[in-house]
Design a protein around this ligand. Structure first.
Ligand code: PLP
Length: 385
């Protein structure tokens, strides 16, 4: 049976060939720690990691490479941003579409007196800027917004929200887990204070890679959440103050960063605009095909341009887990069923009680033929219940 992997919103697969080669090269031929030696191989490794940081800064619009911090996934980046920035008494405003990697740190911080106001969902799958403006009338330390929902793919009005937040003196953290590598994410143009994203989803790097972009100067307010060896200023027991070592204690995921360096190079060589064109073509085909299948409910914006390539559906007679097992076992289609770690999003869509949705997320290597196979499989299942 063919294998059709459409769970790229969880982690992208396959990766560009060069990513596998780079990880293999590091593991077999280099294998040294980053920033901890002066041998020729450690300097080679350091050079690749520096290049990875510079590429990420270029792709995501940070002025200096040092503004890019390496973490281990999107969750790690969000935890550093939230726990590092917030203090007892701070107030946060968040969208209704946030992932548990935002909701759970905020819930944990509530115990130390951080309060969170959640905005209401709109029918378009976004949030209301007027409601945000109202909410900002009370002193607010931070606004947290996912750039694109990991349940519906709906692209959120983050640029307008950042303007409003800054007018009120609030900082903004953008969760770019579903947007980086899909649509433009530019720290300078957005004027975002913090941008968190995994390296292993749209950026096509290996699992175990993540990034946090920090606005210049914000390191004075952002406490590290881990202390330890950095290979720098080793004579003192104080954690260094400099970006990025202040936040990068312990050995790096060097094989992962070798892969990420190569995937970022691949993304540059393809151009984001071309990849977005392909994503829109696949998304439009999937959306229009699904909309025509009797019984299928397509959640979120009905037009492709309002989304990244993430599409959630329901078939009311069939639990989402059963639906996805049928797709996997009978058709070789690997998608994702359930709540996708975003319970508030499912509450907004009315799909919480049903156990969530079935989510398809094609990637840059998905073909239109594969989309046709998915539509055919969904139609057969929908006709059989
Ligand atoms: C919107 C969003 N935020 C955060 C995360 C967490 O990213 P990671 O799996 O890299 O920790 C995800 C991953 O599913 C996500 O979709």
């Amino acid at each position: 049976m063919q294998r059709i992997y459409v769970d790229n919103a969880a982690t992208s697969f396959p990766k560009p060939e060069s990513v596998y080669a780079a990880v293999d090269h590091f593991q077999r031929e280099l294998g040294t720690a980053v920033g901890r030696g002066a041998t020729r191989s450690s300097l080679t490794v350091q050079g690749v990691v520096d290049r990875c940081r510079a590429r990420a800064a270029r792709l995501l619009g940070a002025r200096r490479a040092e503004q890019v911090l390496f973490t281990f996934n999107g969750t790690d980046s969000l935890n550093l941003a939230l726990h590092g920035l917030l203090h007892p008494g701070d107030r946060v405003i968040a969208s209704p579409w946030e992932h548990n990697s935002v909701l759970r740190p905020l819930k944990a911080l509530a115990a130390s007196g951080v309060t969170t106001t959640y905005l209401s969902p709109t029918a378009a799958g976004t949030f209301d800027l007027n409601e945000l403006q109202q909410a900002l009338q009370q002193p607010t330390r931070l606004v947290v917004l996912t750039h694109a929902s990991n349940v519906t793919g709906a692209i959120q009005p983050v640029a307008e929200a950042i303007d409003l937040a800054h007018q009120s003196g609030a900082l903004v953290l953008i969760d770019a887990a579903q947007s980086a590598g899909h649509i433009p994410v530019h720290m300078g143009e957005l004027q975002a204070d913090l941008i968190a994203c995994p390296g292993h989803k749209g950026l096509l790097g290996p699992l175990g890679t993540g990034l946090l972009l920090v606005r210049e100067g914000l390191e004075r307010e952002l406490a590290p959440i881990r202390q330890g060896g950095t290979g720098t200023v080793s004579e003192t027991e104080d954690q260094p103050n400099q970006l990025p070592s202040r936040y990068e204690s312990g050995n790096h995921n060097a094989p992962g960063l070798f892969g990420l360096e190569t995937s970022l190079a691949w993304l540059e060589s393809q151009s984001l605009a071309t990849l977005r064109e392909h994503e829109l073509e696949l998304t439009a085909a999937l959306l229009s095909g699904l909309q025509e299948i009797p019984g299928i409910i397509v959640h979120g914006p009905q037009e492709a341009t309002a989304r990244v390539g993430v599409i959630s559906i329901s078939l009311p007679q069939l639990p989402p887990q059963t639906f996805s097992t049928l797709l996997d076992e009978h058709f070789g289609i690997e998608c994702r069923a359930g709540l996708h770690c975003a319970p508030r999003a499912h509450a907004a869509l009315g799909t919480l009680a049903a156990g969530g949705t079935v989510r398809f997320s094609p990637g840059p290597f998905t073909t239109l033929e594969e989309i046709e196979s998915i539509l055919d499989a969904v139609a057969q299942i929908a006709a059989s219940v």
